[in-house]
Design a protein around this ligand. Sequence first.
Ligand code: A2P
Length: 306
Amino acid sequence: MTATITLSTGQQMPAVGLGTWKSAPGQVKQAVLAALDCDYRHIDCAAAYSNEREVGEALSERLGEGKPLRREDIFVTSKLWNTKHHPDDVEEACKKSLSDLRLSYLDLYLMHWPMAFERGDELMPRRPDGTVRYDNTHYRDTWAAMEKLVDQGLVKAIGLSNFNARQIDDILSIAKHKPVVNQVECHPYLVQTQLVSHCWGRGLAVTAYSPLGSPDRPWVTPGEAHLLDDPRVVGLAKCYNKTPAQVIIRWHIQRGVICIPKSVTPSRIKQNIEVFDFKLTEEDMRVIETFNRNERLIIPTIMSGL
Ligand code: A2P
């Protein structure tokens, strides 16, 4: 049984979920099945990952009448992509994710990024010179459209992703349904102390994406040192007789941050949830925080080819 974080709606969000960004079609179905079979109860998805149909195949094999799990046993998050921010596009985008995931509701629907891209079905609309075509839709208008999804019962809660403190407060100033979560990049090289306390101070839980430092991010440079190989992390892992990934995941959840490690490898998927049988000392928690170097690995300008 995994620990949960109570959201401002009263929902229980499992502290560890399976991340699906970068999980290729052809791999993600068996990853989700492996996760559900070793007690993951939280799957993090997004339309932009272009794999929700396959995630849906896995969910439909395990959820429902005569199957091991009921819908209410699991917590599923999806995200509204940047090309769907226009208020007229939001409901359709949400329904597309629901249909791909083969669900009648989402537990949580996040605005993936604060900025809007030009409307349409191209994931990254670009000019011939490679720069992204943005759209003028303001995230406040997108938020108002997302609130209607809660009223319609399509989603249990809505939230934000990649929002900074000012943008969070901007949303809170107009929100009828408050954001329950901000999902941001967070790991020992980017501990996000100020943003995390800003969120908590305003009733938002924080989910860490790329919690292991995303060694498989598409733009990684060959030979680059990875967090999971950091000798200090490896040393701590030896002390606890755990793996580096387990120590990092434990650090996240012990500080109260939800995390969504991605893996398509069954043994790692299993390992990443086996983090509830040990505790880091307060000193080691603080030591890991000192690894911070404010290093953002997921930079939108890289993502968008600017
Ligand atoms: P793979 O999917 O091939 O198993 P993040 O969640 O920070 O984005 O990191 C995901 C990356 O970390 C993937 O390359 C994934 O590999 C790898 N990974 C996930 N869990 C572990 C683990 N327990 N040990 C080593 N690498 C892991």
